[in-house]
Write a new protein. Structure first.
Length: 450
């Protein structure tokens, strides 16, 4: 069997298992840590062979993870990065020194795990992917891994690590059917990653969420730092990036060109910097120059990604009302006074009206579509939401068709609502010859976090 066939076999076997990413459970108690603990024990607990920065949150945890890893790599460390979901290939989830693992490595890892997987039907897809990531990092000699929580925190598969630092990004209402109906419920689930005595840093939160984080931190003896005394933000913003500064409470100042757009990215950047400063206090060698260099080199596709400046073609995986509000602010700042052709699709567990509402004043016309993901919402449901908001709309059954027809209009284009839709729009753009084609899995698996 050649490498392509072997890799295809792995994908078929892996994503044929119990998959909470395509079929959401109704309560957090459906998630259990015992199965992945058993699997990691059989593997010799590879997740204990390197340091870990563990990151939970609703918005920005992927960007924060990417920034943190870029800083550590710039400091000269061999790094691992575990994130979800992926855009084009599941290999993006497991990165070593910034590069997705090879197909051959995926095959080797799965072959090693297969006998253990076959005897434990309780293991989910995310359990297995997480174990593969942890094993890949150990075998590659990673010194420190940045691990993003898939869903929630308390019962997420990644919450078996013994972190060196924990980070919590901005919290908002999302996955409420699983994590709970209020910010207090969600904060409690996210705070589940906090470990006794392990330093943690949180982004600014609402009073409701912060009260829960402080309570859990106090109960567990966690030194919890906030960004209250940090100052950060842009001085100049263009479609090519942002220029601004981050000021630490001790007076240290970094002047930085941040390639990721959106004022909220400065919050994520400051959180990443605060996290690596906590590492530095524990003896890690991370210079101020490495911090600056890492932030300036970070890449994180699909998050306010400008594929073309004139007329603009933008991709952003805003998947709830808070993310959509930030997207609307960024669009208005970077490309003021424009009206947009909106290509929009969401998952069934999302509120399309809540996401569309902040974008309403920017939209000339909405192209309503669906990704190939099994949880993609029916475009007719999106049409009902658009109609209620007074938005002109058209339905297109495939993302690629929506992209091609919207391009023919000649107006600025904004793709959002789901990272799965963003991924297919990137692929459509590449197919039209506008950029190199990304590596795409032969099975169009668009699974999310856990």
């Amino acid at each position: 069997m050649n490498e392509e066939s072997a890799y295809l076999t792995v994908l078929s076997e892996l994503f044929g298992r119990a998959n909470f990413e395509t079929r959401r459970p109704r309560t957090p108690e459906a998630f259990r840590l015992d199965p992945i603990r058993r699997l990691l024990e059989k593997l010799g607990n590879p997740h204990r062979r390197y340091a870990v920065i563990h990151i939970a949150g609703t918005k920005g945890k992927g960007s924060t993870a990417a920034m943190t890893e870029a800083i550590l790599r710039a400091a000269g460390y061999r790094t691992g990065l575990y994130t979800s979901p992926h855009l084009h290939t599941m290999r993006e989830r497991i990165r070593i020194d910034g590069e997705p693992i090879a197909r051959s490595v995926v095959v080797e890892l799965f072959e090693h795990l297969r006998p253990m997987i076959q005897t434990d039907p309780d293991l989910t897809v995310f359990d297995i992917l997480t174990a593969m990531g942890f094993l890949a990092f150990a075998e590659a000699g990673v010194e420190i891994a940045v691990v993003e929580v898939g869903l929630g925190g308390r019962l997420d598969s990644t919450n078996v690590v013994s972190p060196t630092v924990c980070l919590i990004t901005a919290l908002s209402l999302d996955h409420t059917e699983i994590l709970g109906p209020t910010l207090a419920h969600i904060a409690f689930e996210k705070a589940g990653i906090l470990k006794p005595g392990v330093p943690a840093v949180t982004a600014p939160q609402t009073e409701e969420a912060m009260a829960v984080l402080r309570q859990v931190a106090a109960e567990r003896g966690v030194p919890l730092q906030t960004l209250e005394e940090w100052h950060y933000g842009p001085k100049d913003v263009t479609p090519a990036g942002q220029w601004g500064e981050i000021h630490a409470p001790d007076g240290t100042r970094w002047s930085i060109r941040l390639p990721l757009l959106g004022r909220h990215q400065w919050e994520n950047a400051a959180l990443a910097v605060a996290g690596v400063i906590r590492l530095r206090e524990q003896g890690w060698r991370i210079s101020n120059e490495a911090i600056r260099e890492g932030l300036e080199r970070v890449e994180w596709p699909g998050r306010f990604e400008v594929l073309r400046e004139d007329p603009p073609f933008i991709l952003d995986g805003a998947h709830n009302d808070a993310s959509a509000a930030r997207l609307a602010e960024t669009v208005a700042e970077v490309f003021p006074r424009r009206r947009w052709q909106l290509i929009f699709g969401v998952s069934t567990d999302k509120d399309p009206a809540a996401i569309l509402s902040p974008l309403r004043s920017l939209v000339a016309e909405a192209w309503l579509t669906r990704s190939r993901h099994p949880r993609a919402a029916d475009p007719q449901r999106l049409a009902d939401a658009a109609e209620a908001l007074g938005l002109p709309w058209r339905i297109r059954g495939e993302v690629a068709q929506a992209v091609e027809e919207a391009l023919a209009v000649g107006d600025p284009i904004l793709v959002t609502g789901s990272l799965f839709v963003v991924a297919e729009a990137r692929e459509a753009w590449a197919t039209l010859g506008r950029m190199p084609m990304p590596e795409v899995d032969p099975i169009p698996v668009r699974v999310g976090g856990r």
